[in-house]
Design a protein around this ligand. Sequence first.
Ligand code: MN
Length: 488
Amino acid sequence: MKNYEFWFVVGSQFLYGPEVLETVEERAKEMAEKLSKALPYPLVYKVTAKTNKEITDIVKEANYDDNCCGIITWCHTFSPSKMWINGLAALQKPYCHFATQYNREIPNDEIDMDFMNLNQAAHGDREHGFIAARLRMPRKVIAGYWQDEKVHKKIADWMKAAVGVSVSKNMKVMRFGDNMREVAVTEGDKVEVQTKLGWQVNTWAVGDLVKEMNNVTEAEIDALVDIYKSNYDIATDNLEAIRYQAKEEIAMKKMMDSEGCMAFSNTFQDLYGMEQLPGLASQHLMAQGYGYGGEGDWKVSAMTAIMKAMGENGNGASAFMEDYTYHLAEGQEYSLGAHMLEVCPSLAADRPRIETHYLGIGMNEKDPARLVFEGKAGDAIVVSLVDMGGRLRLICQDIVCVKPIMPMPNLPVARVMWRAMPDLTTGVECWITAGGAHHTVLSYDVSAEQMKDWARMMDIEFVHITKDTSVDSLEKELFLNDLAWKLK
Ligand code: MN
């Protein structure tokens, strides 16, 4: 994890005299320190701002500080908001308005006009909120007492979404070859994506990867195979296939690290000079936080890396996934998701097994090794970023994962079974109506609200399919979105 941090900027004014300002500053420092202990990233107190210049200066600093992932503002007292206009208009970092107050309760005996002038967040936060609304600022408003756990959870979730913004703006994707021939949904406008999301998406020759693979030493392979053995059960006699995957992983990691790439894509149609499609290799890279997309799907690859970074400890349970097939028995309607090989073990319910099997798709000279496991049960989301031509749409669907209801002993890949919201068939109708891809990021760790916050900060369309969504309501929403995004 990088040294990500957030800045606490407190609004005030000179009206109340120096003593009040000292008290505000002391309390703001205390709050930042205590909140830092309860949050996943430090909250650094920066300033009790009283002038236009103080606000503009701290915003300029925040914009150019690589560790600063966003600002959290609060008004202990009243802070006239015209002095915030220049600063907020220049702000390029995520922005959270935290509406709280230092004291939890109104002190019955103590309260007088001095107390009211010092503790008037209810007053100040409304003035502060108006100007952001007037400026149409993308922001998150969080209200509640600053020592409450549920408030900490809200701020923590927003912080992780804001970290996703920072990761997105620094995202580099290494494409080994092009997209799978003729496929539409994996295509996209790389210039638009770089403009909106910051991603640098470029292609490297598979021949360069093969060259790098030929430079991998036996000792490097031994060391990685030892890591495989400590993390996974070896359920094959074909150790050569495992060693070959290790060689692929080492070479891909070296190339990505030398270019600063956190995500990659490849395609079974372009493996010239390779004996196996990377399976275990891609899975273990994903386990380390790299994003991956099959069939050249660089959009889902970058989204996987971003959502992993938004998760627990900067590498949560989020993974490249593909909708494969349905179980349509009445009362038991489920989707089965998997991929040819490349499902991230962060989804696994139990310790994964390394197996080798024949793979008919692509030019695999030898049976590729891959991790096989069942996905965990629990609430999750699937997310798809599609290019609508002129704009990007992020589609998010709530799902409930279950332990697969049958063992499927002849299925040679990792598998996840789930029920889409609001139910399988309506969920599928909604997903297809919105144009969602077969490739998704499935996450147990990142919430739909975090993806909504992320999409708002990136200024892209967000569509959420929930337990309450109907095809009718979704069609209306998409129609209005089309109009709104044309005007934007
Ligand atoms: Mn696929």
